[in-house]
Write a protein that binds this ligand. Structure first.
Ligand SMILES: [Cu+2]
Length: 490
């Protein structure tokens, strides 16, 4: 009997460790450590300037153009936590880590790299055949000059082994500035399937696609997200108790990590996590019967699991009770998570994931639906909208991976709160704030009786200053018997 379970578990563990994110992370960390050690040696062990292992001979340039540059940028080298970065100097890129450099097709582009420490670095753009040559002395600098003769996104990076993986890379964007803007990963809180209602059990099929995308975390700030179907949270899956649910997980060919899915609504090994470890380019399918109604979290279950979750791989699956849920006027889908970056909150440019801060549960960002102010503050398109008199229902989940939400809507009271996602227990009534644990969800309902803006928060309000805020906008006539400014009897 134990043997029956031990084998698959062993296989799973080995597969997970060898083939998955863990492997990549370990490999990345090893190279970062090696890099840091090398830097340490160079800074401490050796004395002064005469020590560079590689002579700093400039590499011949690919026919530098004549004439003045149309755009010129200066970058210096630096360290951000455990990562190495290029840092912008002057102008709009000043202080920005791995800034996106902009040029128009045909521009003569000049990029100067200044070496900040007595450590080897270079900057090269393979697409244009240019390279600063290896810099090794502190303060040493070299300029490359070339014609950006075609439109597109091109990578600049440091060629020293391990440095690109450790973070030394950025984008040269030639042409339309629009495409330089990072993709939005924000899931609209209004994007939910229609209610299941009173139908009988049937087959429900859902396709999840693991996509690794650089997305906008805040204005001028991007983060390397892991997503289901390109958004955070992933798609809202909706079925009813007794349904046969067929889940297909495809991992994009462009992915660099293994991914998987564990649905808390599924009864079976790992909630599907064991049979869905998918390599890049691979697809796997499994089927479960929805035995218990409720509102459930699903998430990636590939080591390092908290890395995958913190990077955005979570969503909700609703299993409606027989007969469906009572109809309401508005339904919304909101999930909370934390993001752990090497760079402090508010740093512009492309940020990098910090395994150490994640392990220490010390996030830089807290977000609803994946990005700072995503739900209605950063973009009105994602605001929760309702009219006076509506009954509003919000499905609130916490992907986490670590922090419990004290979910609250400022200026409203939950008429009904379905704690812990149970839809069969009687709801709590007249609730101000409800706890939502990581890997848990709730359903709250309330009538909106008065117009205005109502702010969604985690009442652990320090998190508001780290990006965790949303907005419900209620339109309609103001009823002074409910609320008014001034004394009761003027
Ligand atoms: Cu994953």
């Amino acid at each position: 009997m134990p043997r029956k379970f031990a084998v698959p578990i062993l296989i799973l563990t080995v597969l997970s460790l060898l083939l998955s994110g863990c492997y990549s992370i370990e490999r990345e960390q090893t190279s970062i450590k090696a890099t840091l050690n090398a830097m340490q040696d160079q800074l401490n062990g050796e004395s002064g300037h005469s020590t560079g292992q590689t002579p700093s001979t400039p590499v011949p340039q690919a026919e530098a153009p004549d004439g003045p540059a149309d755009v010129s940028y200066t970058l210096t080298t630096g360290v951000a936590g455990h990562n190495l970065v290029f840092i912008g100097v002057g102008g709009e890129i000043d202080g920005v880590h791995n800034p996106t450099l902009l040029a128009q097709p045909g521009d003569i582009v000049e990029i100067t790299l200044v070496n900040a420490e007595a450590v080897q670095h270079n900057l090269q753009i393979d697409d244009f055949g240019v390279d600063t040559g290896m810099l090794s002395g502190q303060g040493e600098q070299q300029t490359i000059k070339f014609v950006a003769d075609r439109e597109g996104s091109f990578t600049y990076f440091c060629v020293v082994p391990g440095h690109q993986a450790a973070g030394m890379q950025g984008t040269l964007q030639v042409g339309s500035g629009d495409s330089a803007a990072a993709a939005s990963v924000v899931k609209s809180p209004s994007d939910l399937p229609a209610a299941v209602g009173a139908r009988g059990p049937q087959l429900v099929q859902a396709e999840l696609v693991a996509e690794e995308v650089v997305g906008q975390l805040a204005d001028g700030t991007t983060y390397p997200y892991f997503t289901f179907n390109g958004t955070v949270p992933g798609p809202f899956i909706r079925a009813r108790v007794g349904d046969t649910v067929e889940i297909t997980l495809r991992n994009e060919t462009s992915s660099t990590f293994v991914h998987s899915v564990d649905l808390h609504a599924a009864t079976g090994p790992g909630g599907g996590g064991e049979v869905t470890q998918v390599q890049p380019g691979e697809t796997k399918t499994f089927t479960f019967t929805a035995l218990n109604p409720g509102i459930y979290v699903y998430h990636c279950a590939t080591p390092s699991v908290p890395h995958h979750i913190a990077s955005g791989m979570y969503g909700l699956i609703l299993i409606e009770p027989a007969g469906g849920l009572p109809p309401v006027d508005r339904e919304f889908y909101v999930m909370q998570g934390e993001i752990y970056t090497e760079e402090p909150f508010g740093t512009p440019g492309q940020l990098t994931f910090s395994h150490e801060k994640m392990a220490n549960e010390d996030p830089e960002y807290f977000v609803f639906n994946g990005a700072v102010g995503a739900v209605g503050l950063a973009s009105e398109a994602n605001m929760l909208q309702a009219n006076v008199g509506d009954t509003v229902r919000i499905f609130v989940g916490v992907g986490g991976p670590n922090f419990t939400s004290s979910f609250h809507v400022i200026g409203e009271i939950f008429d009904r709160a379905y704690a812990f996602g149970s839809l069969t227990a009687a709801p709590l009534t007249d609730v101000q704030t409800i706890s939502v644990p990581p890997g848990g969800a709730v359903m709250v309902e309330f009538d909106v009786e008065y117009p205005g803006h109502y702010v969604l928060v985690d009442h652990a309000l320090s998190r508001l200053e780290r990006g965790l805020v949303g907005m419900l906008h209620v339109q309609g006539a103001a009823d002074p018997s409910i609320f008014k400014e001034g004394p009761a009897n003027p």
